[in-house]
Design a protein around this ligand. Structure first.
Ligand SMILES: [Zn+2]
Length: 402
């Protein structure tokens, strides 16, 4: 396939990088935190329509209605027929940003785009990815470049735990055989796998009583939680976990409860997470956390022999995935990166990506950076040298050069 496509092109297509940069600046100016992506979707749709993409090729799904966080728009999907034969290729990026990006004013400083204000992030995570995908397709249309069937997928609510992709209308994506997600750091970094994560909330119930007059009648939820956490720490089930060659992580991230020193605390809420590339081991971590809290609850009793209790609620945030060494998207991506003079580096992530649900539910998806640096912080910036390289890589991939 690669050979045949190559023969069709007289020369390798190159994007107009000035256009790509100005598109990126426009995208960075739009506020669009998770659940408020409508304006971003509107902008992308406008650009596609202005380039001549028929409105019938563009749709938004209902992911925001299915997601527990709601939101003002679903994922934006655009399907274009190919002008050359070949398997359908999907290009994606997420439209939302973290709240710290709201109000960002992007300015260009040498080879970087930075926020003008020191109190905001930039939103390059992941508007740089959106700019790569959108400018690639606009270039293809503008230069009338031959291309295989293409699907563009702009997801919502990624920053809330991949909610948009988790609830996507996969049937609208047109059965792609290759898929490329643009979300991350430098051009060379190619993510081929990521961990899976489970989040849970534990409501620890004790029994209230006057802490001075009748402490013996109470069961302290704080004592129960403390015992459970101390046990987990002692047994090696918090932080980096390693048990018989299996590895994972767990964290107690939030603890809240109690409102007076003179009351034996009746309720504490704990929020925890467990991650592992190995789904079975992740379940083991979750089971260990649950057992520690149950054991602690039954061990703390009042004078009547009544003990506390724990209720758990949890959900799988994202399932882990790992692409095969010879996965076609991975190989195509690496070849395109080499073609622009960069040595690709494979990476397996300990965080979740939209590629998790894509790979588990639809098609193995490779993720590459778009020049974002220090996302989710006030130091966030775009390295335009990286961004330009990724634009060149994306155009090669979208025209089926690799
Ligand atoms: Zn991101």
């Amino acid at each position: 396939m690669a050979k045949r496509s190559k023969q069709k092109h007289i020369s390798t297509p190159e994007p107009d990088l000035w256009r790509a940069e100005s598109l990126l600046l426009k995208l960075l100016k739009i506020a669009g935190p998770s659940c408020h992506e409508a304006e971003v979707a509107h902008f992308v749709t406008g650009e596609l329509c202005r380039a001549g993409v028929p409105a019938s090729a563009i749709e938004t799904d209902q992911a925001h209605r299915r997601s527990r966080c709601r939101g003002d728009v679903g994922n934006l999907i655009c399907r274009l027929p190919g002008t050359i034969r070949g398997p359908r290729r999907l290009f994606m990026a997420h439209m939302d940003t973290v709240p710290l990006c709201v109000g960002a004013r992007p300015i260009k400083k040498g080879d970087y785009i930075v926020p003008a204000d020191k109190h905001t992030a930039l939103g390059a995570d992941d508007r740089a990815g959106v700019a790569v995908v959108l400018s690639t397709v606009l270039e293809i249309i503008r230069q009338k470049l031959p291309h295989p069937p293409l699907t563009l997928f702009f997801s919502v609510q990624e920053e809330l735990g991949l909610l948009g992709t988790n609830s996507a209308k996969f049937s609208a994506l047109g059965k792609p055989r290759l898929a490329f997600n643009f979300d991350g750091g430098p051009c060379e970094q190619i993510t081929m796998g990521a961990t899976g994560g489970y989040r849970m909330t534990a409501d620890v119930h004790g029994i209230a009583s006057h802490a001075g007059c009748h402490p013996e009648r109470g069961v302290s939820a704080i004592t129960i939680a403390s015992l459970a956490i101390a046990q987990l720490h002692h047994d090696g089930w918090l932080g980096n976990i390693s048990k018989r060659s299996k590895t994972g992580t767990a964290n107690v991230g939030v603890i809240s409860g109690g409102d007076a020193t003179n009351v034996v605390t009746p309720l504490v809420q704990i929020r925890t997470e467990a991650r592992s590339h190995d789904p079975a081991f992740r379940k083991q971590i979750v089971a260990a956390i649950e057992k520690a809290f149950q054991d602690a609850a039954t061990s703390v009793k009042n004078e009547d022999g009544r003990c506390g209790s724990v209720e758990f609620e949890g959900h799988l945030d994202y399932e882990s995935f790992l692409l095969a060494d010879d996965d076609p998207s991975l190989l195509a991506c690496e070849a395109a990166v080499r073609d622009v003079g960069i040595t690709p580096k494979r990476k397996i992530s300990d965080g979740g990506l939209d590629a998790n649900w894509m790979s588990v539910r639809l098609v193995p998806t490779v993720t590459m950076g778009a020049g974002q640096i220090e996302p989710h912080t006030v130091n966030e910036r775009v390295d335009l040298r990286e961004f330009r390289q990724v634009c060149r890589v994306a155009l090669r991939l979208a025209t089926g050069q690799h």
